[in-house]
Ligand binder design. Structure first.
Ligand SMILES: [Mn+2]
Length: 358
């Protein structure tokens, strides 16, 4: 077993005889192997990656720290392993199994005198391991961020009146992939005008007009790791209300960043942004949390919300992204992705944040 698998095995052994992992992200995290299907069985002594014929050769070459088993009958292969390990209780990834898959696994386990433990126990164990990034993980996140910013800089040159949102989103994706991205972190958000009041608006046929705010919420993936950044630009001109809202969001974002350091509570960081926005008179216009962790998933622990009592630790990668959204008018969000350090943070986003009128 590799180090991550050894640690997982140790933590699982306190609560069960084995763990069965099926999510793409967690299989990749523990074995380094990328596939769209596969079962990682971790017992007290061994880790087995069960894959079908399509992945057998690649898994043998690439998977780290586990024995690769190519199955023709999952039921037989999994059953034999569980039987020979003498495992009676198997933790399942609660967030990854569908009801149908869990029923199928239960019927296999039942035949071999074992049973599953469902719920969030295994998810919590894995989340705790993934929440602090290794330097190799952070490097991949930084690379994804650099690809994103380079593509954004080239795309901004194309912004002018009459250009469609979805053409800009497409161009950005193309440039990211050409720049070395595996793909996009999520469907890129490029929205304009009154649509910017929708935090997750979808790029469409709307064309840019003078006086618009244009929101870019964008990210690329690199070797499985995501990046995430939001910038809001103005086109041609801005009015006083737009300026005031933009300045309020930027101040809130800076205050939240100032609150980031190892030992800070996520809820304190959220409050630093939220209190500022509410005191400026925009209570009710900031309806999402201040940020989230980023890694193999675009949204993962820790969650920087008012309800989170998670303590920030050095090595966590989080976003800080307050916003103000005024329905029917416009919205502003500014998002940076940072690495938490003992006494502060390293900002992975370099794109300027002062209001830019394109
Ligand atoms: Mn985000």
């Amino acid at each position: 077993m590799n180090e991550a698998l050894k640690l997982l095995s140790l933590m699982v052994s306190r609560e069960a005889d084995a763990a069965l992992i099926i999510s793409n992200e967690n299989r990749r995290y523990f074995t380094g192997f990328v596939s769209s299907l596969g079962y990682l069985l971790v017992t007290k002594e061994e880790a087995y990656l069960l894959v079908d014929f399509r992945y057998a050769q690649a898994a043998r070459e690439q998977a780290s720290g586990c024995e690769v088993i190519s199955y023709t009958s999952l039921s037989e292969s999994l059953g034999e392993l569980i039987g020979s390990a003498g495992a009676k209780s198997i933790m399942l990834e609660g967030s990854a199994f569908t009801l149908n898959e869990a029923e199928r696994i239960d019927s296999i386990l039942g035949k071999y005198g074992a049973e599953s433990i469902k719920g969030s126990g295994l998810d919590r164990i894995i989340s705790k391991m993934r929440i602090v990034k290794t330097s190799s993980e952070t490097e991949k996140i930084m690379k994804a961020q650099r690809i994103t910013e380079r593509a954004l800089a080239d795309t901004l040159k194309l912004i002018k009146e009459g250009v469609r949102e979805k053409d800009i989103a497409l161009e950005l994706e193309y440039l990211m992939r050409r720049g070395g991205a595996e793909g996009v972190s999520f469907d890129l958000i490029v929205i304009s005008g009154e649509k910017t009041s929708m935090p997750h608006g979808v790029p469409g046929d709307r064309t840019f007009r003078r006086g618009d705010f244009i929101t870019f919420d964008i990210g690329a993936t690199y070797k499985g790791y995501h990046s995430d950044m939001t910038r809001t630009y103005a086109l041609g001109e801005v009015n006083q209300k737009q300026k005031r809202v933009y300045a309020t969001v930027l101040d809130a974002q800076k205050r939240a960043l100032e609150a980031v350091h190892g030992g800070a509570l996520c809820s304190e960081v959220d409050a630093a942004a939220r209190d500022h926005i509410y005191q400026a008179g925009y209570e009710g216009f900031f309806g999402h949390s201040t940020g989230h962790g980023v890694g193999l998933e675009i949204h993962e622990a820790p969650f920087v919300s008012s309800k989170s009592d998670t303590i920030l630790q050095s090595g966590m990668v989080i976003t800080i992204e307050p916003g103000i959204y005024i329905p029917g008018e416009f919205g502003v969000r500014i998002e940076d992705m940072v690495v938490v350090t003992g006494d502060g943070y390293i900002n992975l986003a370099a794109a300027p944040k002062e209001l830019i009128v394109l």
